[in-house]
Design a protein around this ligand. Structure first.
Ligand code: MLT
Ligand code: ZN
Length: 480
């Protein structure tokens, strides 16, 4: 769906923002060089989408800076001229955070792709923000170090995008999410000023926490150009278990019991049967027989330094899951088997996207509430007549609910489905959860924010935005 943002927001845009004319294009060219200012239709289209459904919003121009000084000059110009700017990392987002919904400039950060320093003494890395997450992980692994946050798109997504959505991924359950690794950020503010948000320290009680304010702010408060991230030693051993269950709800109930037994897995993922079926079709080359009665799996990893103690953990886990009706467990103890199982799990989102029209909800609840969430999602699906494919980071209570269009009519999809999503989110809220665990709010989840925040909280957020960006030029129409 290609959306002409001028038509879409015409009235608002005309009131609030200036149109980009040839003079502005020349000024942008003088800042970054003409070749890094692109206006051809194909380029505008290529940068007008991320991975969110099939949305495409055309920007007026794509600008590709290379230095913090260039970003600063661009922002100063846009702030003076009231031109909207949408920052973009790798475009792997699932909530439309990088969609240029108001047109204007699409600011691609792709040239900020250098790792600047790995400090082995202090276990820190300083990096530009368009470094691919897996590239950074591999660079520190060579030195025996570990940067755990690992979203499914880690082979293509950028550290900057991860910071802006406070990404997690499977290892978050033991090691935490991006916010737990960000120490200090270089940020260009909407008026062009450049700041550092904190210090390169593990502790910091010095004033308001600007670093954590930036984390998860989805490019609405500033443009993150450099990051200092915490590292930890790389665990040397791991075991991976695939645990089948007849009942998806029992699989979810087993999750909190594992933690209550005193074990903290390094990953604890849930996949219902349909999730694996979509993944197998997508991969094409993987053979896996799932007995008819098996309706869900937990994929569980334990890691550490002593293999014997990991085997002991696994024995204990086997006892716990037996109490929840687990079938025969597959132990993956060689690298090839582990790689295959992760390949299966990590492609589920892409597999559903390729296989059908869908919408992805990123629900999260306290982990013991997971069975109630799953049951409720399925009931809401029955009431509205849609199929959902549920999977995700069960150890964190983070369930991705992919709603499949299937036989739904356009009217049901466009008018009825938002009511169903509202019911899912109200359920999430009633269970003590919230509407995004790791994908962010961006453009598509914005209408649902009042389910989890009242006027006062939304007013505070809006006031914070106004302090940073009084002209509302930076990633407008996102979050709230
Ligand atoms: C995942 O857990 O697979 C990711 O969040 C990606 C996705 O949901 O598509
Ligand atoms: Zn996920």
């Amino acid at each position: 769906m290609v959306i002409d943002c001028f038509a879409f927001f015409k009235e608002m845009k005309n009131k609030m923002y200036s149109k980009i004319d040839t003079k502005i294009i020349e000024e942008l060219g003088a800042i970054v060089g003409q070749t890094n200012v692109q206006t051809t239709k194909d380029i505008l289209k290529a940068y007008g989408h991320d991975e969110t459904e099939d949305f495409v919003f055309l920007p007026e121009v794509v600008v590709i800076p290379n230095t913090v000084g260039e970003v600063s000059k661009i922002m100063r110009l846009c702030n003076q001229q009231k031109i909207p700017v949408t920052p973009r990392g790798a475009g792997t987002g699932l909530a439309g955070g990088a969609l240029p919904v108001c047109g204007g400039i699409l600011l691609s950060m792709e040239r900020f792709n250098k790792i600047l320093n790995i400090d082995e003494q202090n276990l820190q890395i300083t990096t530009e923000t368009a470094v691919i997450t897996e590239v950074l992980q591999n660079a520190v692994k060579e030195k025996g170090l570990y940067y755990p946050p690992d979203p499914a798109s880690k082979g293509t997504c950028y550290i900057g995008g991860n910071i802006n959505t406070n990404s997690g991924g499977p290892h978050a359950v033991k090691y935490g999410v991006v916010k737990d690794y960000v120490l200090n950020l270089e940020v260009v503010l909407p008026n062009g000023e450049v700041i550092w948000t904190g210090a390169n320290t593990l502790k910091n009680s010095t004033g308001y926490n600007l670093t954590q304010l930036m984390v998860g702010s989805e490019g609405t408060l500033g443009i993150v150009t450099k990051a200092v991230l915490k590292l930890i030693p790389q665990p040397s051993q791991s075991l991976l278990l695939l645990i089948p269950f007849e009942s998806p709800e029992s699989a979810c109930a087993a999750v909190s019991a594992i933690f209550r037994a005193g074990i903290t897995p390094s990953c604890l993922e849930f996949m219902e049967r349909r999730a694996i079926e979509y993944a197998l079709v997508y991969l094409g080359d993987m053979k896996m027989m799932i007995p008819d009665e098996v309706q869900a799996h937990l994929l569980l990893e334990v890691d550490g330094y002593y293999i014997e103690s990991l085997y002991e953990d696994c024995e204990q886990i086997a006892k716990v899951v037996e109490g929840f009706g687990a079938e025969e467990i597959l132990f993956a103890d060689n690298d090839a088997q582990k790689r295959e199982l992760w390949r299966l799990r990590k492609c589920v989102g892409r597999a559903v996207k390729k296989g059908t029209i869908y919408k992805e909800e990123d629900t999260v609840v306290p982990r013991a509430e997971l069975p109630k969430l799953l049951k409720g999602v399925k009931m809401i699906g029955q009431n509205y007549g849609f199929e959902s494919v549920c999977y995700g980071h069960a150890g964190d209570g983070n369930l991705h609910v992919n709603i499949v269009k299937g036989e739904l009519t356009e009217q049901q999809w466009n008018e009825e489905l938002p009511k169903a999503i509202t019911e899912i989110f109200e359920l999430v809220k009633s269970l003590g959860g919230t509407i995004s665990g790791e994908h962010g709010i961006g453009w598509v989840q914005r209408p649902y924010m009042p389910i989890v925040f009242g006027e006062v909280e939304l007013g505070l957020m809006s006031a914070i935005k106004n302090v940073f960006d009084p002209n509302n030029i930076l990633n407008p129409q996102k979050i709230f």
